[in-house]
Design a binder for this molecule. Structure first.
Ligand code: ADP
Ligand code: MG
Length: 268
């Protein structure tokens, strides 16, 4: 069989368009057989890996892509870098453990959750990002359409499920029990990363029921890493910096901006 035919039969779609270049490079660098074979297979492998990462990133539905490297740890000294470094190694994901990020608005909870999601995607895992609100909407719609079981099953497939903004909206008892069913399904099978602006003592309030909150916390915390961030909002810091650069502003504008800053914590 000819080379083109072999590449096609072996479905080496990434090597196919680059084979001429690979051969030229091999000739120019005077590669031996083994080195040439490695270069050719590596070209195919890289292409496949990149395509996989891209498609998993789309499936993950992240609100934006941010990485650990883009996180300014100096600005948030309450975060133990070692813990974040350990999490980036993804052992938590292999062991189906959970991660909980707590802290006020703007301190980087979603940033870190997304960054760990990106790491997991790069390592070949399926990831899904949902706000708590959209999760509950999905589950209640599925229940009313008699397909709750199937929906729960679908939510077990992603190796990492990121649930953002727990606690911004209170949940009804039924919502909380749907959430509990999801937790039970994923328990010790796949990881959840949760972000919340409420401390654990306030979770009873979120779920409208202390018993339910205890059961939920019990499942979530059993195998988990908690990162509790105490510090200033990065968003406000950027706003303030921008404010200092403006020279001419009326008092009215300043007053408006202060009002905006007071409102900001509600918008994450
Ligand atoms: P939270 O989810 O805690 O409300 P976000 O993660 O959404 O906060 O952070 C708000 C914005 O500030 C995002 O654009 C995020 O990338 C950025 N940010 C927050 N903390 C940091 C940090 N320490 N270094 C770099 N960017 C940060
Ligand atoms: Mg957030």
């Amino acid at each position: 069989m000819q080379l083109d035919g072999l590449i096609e039969k072996l479905k080496m779609d990434h090597l196919a368009p680059q084979i001429e270049g690979v051969c030229e490079q091999a000739a120019k660098k005077d590669l031996n057989y083994k080195e040439f074979l490695t270069l050719a297979l590596d070209t195919e492998w890289r292409g496949r890996h990149l395509k996989g990462v891209e498609s998993r990133l789309v499936q993950a539905r992240l609100p934006w892509v941010k990485t650990i490297d883009e996180f300014d740890f100096a600005f948030q000294p309450s975060i133990d870098r070692k813990v974040v470094r350990e999490l980036s190694g993804l052992a938590f994901c292999e062991r189906a453990e959970n991660v909980i990020m707590l802290g006020p608005p703007g301190v980087g909870k979603t940033h870190l959750a997304v960054a760990l999601g990106v790491k997991a995607v790069e390592a070949g895992h399926r990831v899904l990002f949902l706000t708590l609100e959209s999760l509950i909407m999905r589950l209640s719609r599925a229940r009313s359409e008699n397909r709750l079981d199937r929906q729960l099953q679908q939510l077990v497939y992603p190796k990492v499920l990121i649930l953002d903004e727990m606690g911004y909206l209170p949940m009804s008892r039924e919502d909380a029990s749907l959430f509990f069913r999801l937790l039970s399904r994923r328990y010790e099978k796949a990881s959840i990363i949760i972000t919340s602006n409420k401390s654990f003592t306030d979770w009873g309030e979120i779920f409208g029921d202390q018993v339910m909150a205890t059961a939920i916390l019990d499942r979530l915390l059993h195998h988990s890493t908690v990162i509790s961030i105490k510090g200033d909002s990065y968003r406000l810091r950027e706003k303030k910096k921008a404010g200092m650069l403006e020279k001419q502003r009326t008092r009215k504008e300043e007053a408006n901006e202060e009002d905006e800053e007071k409102k900001e914590p509600l918008k994450t």
